[in-house]
Design a protein around this ligand. Structure first.
Ligand SMILES: Nc1nc2c(ncn2[C@@H]2O[C@H](COP(=O)(O)OP(=O)(O)O)[C@@H](O)[C@H]2O)c(=O)[nH]1
Ligand SMILES: [Mg+2]
Length: 382
């Protein structure tokens, strides 16, 4: 058994360190509040000492059968109800060998607490909201674990305060996952994605946004020549917004169109929606997309799709350097959890969220604050 001690703000912070040092089979054996730093007892800060362990591979000599009176794993359900996470695994580390439990981490522990309906009452409305929004259980448990710690510090937290703290936690989670890898001030943005998700409509909204808010000269290109109606749709938006639209079929045609639009500050490119569960279509698209340096590629997905299908498409697009996600049809679903689920799973930034058919109004820039509001309900922090 290898043991390691961590001094952290709260138990959730220790989990990545434990995983790094001891691997994902490590167990949290004990946690306790301690005071650190300070001078003559003043200015001390509250910290948490977390002891984790992993079973080292037993040597042949150690491989004897367990003693019959081996103490069972201590796991008191009332501990979970108490607002104190640190009390959960409360056996001294000397008994570590007897404490091989299936609970691999506090997250798993929280998942079990949620499943068994043993959350403190103060966290129940938050848990209900996250479930209703279809936030994945893993992510829920991460948020709720942090809230358990907050509740431990201040057991009198009101429901509004709990939601406020959850909002802050969701914002923090989004910020850590959203590594901005996209080119800044792109000269061209290409929108790719399955059929009917709202690519063309969203491009019109974004074009209007660039024109009105950033006073940029916008040009449009479409390579969606499979349907006459698709070309007409973009041309209609082009004439309403009074901006040029070029239709291209080949890479050479695309180069020419880009050259013709060289006076534009930004070019938005529409592409044909295809069944991107098929690799062939992705390869075709890869060949067509321009290789200019100042390009951003946004994958457009509809929030009405199943999370599993969205994941499959994102994974199929791995070969294309995808910068951001645009999520549409937020208005047609009552669950915003998929937004958070995708961010946490793929660490990919989300640029815009479309929430209706009206051009240009039904579009919001997807800030972490806005996403947290969607997940928790707009009024949760008023
Ligand atoms: N409810 C809703 N409908 C949308 C949204 N965005 C696009 N649509 C509609 O979805 C349909 C397909 O849009 P379109 O832009 O042609 O999709 P594309 O095939 O990906 O280019 C149209 O009827 C749009 O009005 C949205 O955010 N919410
Ligand atoms: Mg289209």
């Amino acid at each position: 058994m290898r043991l390691k001690t961590y001094i952290v703000e709260n138990v959730v912070d220790a989990i990545p360190m434990i995983k790094r040092d001891l691997g994902s089979d490590a167990l949290i054996l004990n946690t306790k509040k301690i005071k650190t730093g300070g001078f003559l007892g003043f200015f001390q800060t509250d910290k948490l000492e977390v002891i984790a362990a992993v079973e080292s591979k037993p040597s042949e000599a150690q491989k004897k059968p367990a003693a019959p009176n081996k103490a069972p794993v201590v796991y008191k359900s009332e501990d979970a109800l108490a607002p104190s996470v640190p009390a959960v695994f409360s056996s001294p580390p000397e008994q570590a060998d007897d404490l091989i439990s299936e609970l691999k981490s506090i997250k798993q522990f929280m998942m079990q607490v949620i499943e068994e309906d043993r959350l403190p009452n103060a966290l129940q409305p938050l848990s209900d909201r996250l479930t209703e929004q279809e936030v994945q259980k893993e992510i829920q448990s991460e948020i709720l674990a942090k809230l358990m710690v907050a509740l431990d510090r201040n057991p009198a937290l009101t429901e509004v305060q709990v939601f406020e703290a959850a909002r802050a936690e969701i914002i923090r989670m989004i910020k850590t996952h959203q590594k901005a890898k996209a080119v800044k001030d792109p000269e061209m943005v290409c929108f790719i994605g399955p059929t009917g998700v709202g690519k063309t409509t969203t491009i019109a909204k974004i074009a209007a946004d660039y024109m009105l808010r950033e006073e940029k000269n916008v040009g449009l290109i479409t390579s969606d020549t499979f349907r006459i109606a698709a070309v007409e749709q973009l041309k209609t938006y082009g004439s309403i917004l009074n901006i040029p639209v070029k239709v291209v079929e080949t890479s050479a045609g695309l180069q020419q169109a880009i050259a013709e639009l060289q006076d534009c500050d930004i070019i938005l490119m529409d592409t044909a929606g295809r069944n991107y569960q098929q690799k062939q279509y992705i390869e075709d698209l890869e060949r067509l997309l321009p290789k200019t340096a100042k390009i951003q590629i946004h994958l457009v997905l509809s929030l009405t799709s199943k999370l599993e299908d969205m994941k499959k498409i994102i994974e199929n697009f791995k070969t294309i350097k995808m910068d951001q996600l645009v999520l549409t049809k937020k208005d047609e679903t009552s669950s915003a959890g998929a937004i958070l689920n995708l961010i946490c799973r793929y660490s990919i930034p989300i640029s815009y969220i479309a929430n209706g058919q009206n051009v240009p109004d039904d579009l919001v820039a997807a800030t972490p604050e806005k996403i947290a509001d969607f997940v928790l309900g707009d009024n949760s922090h008023d």
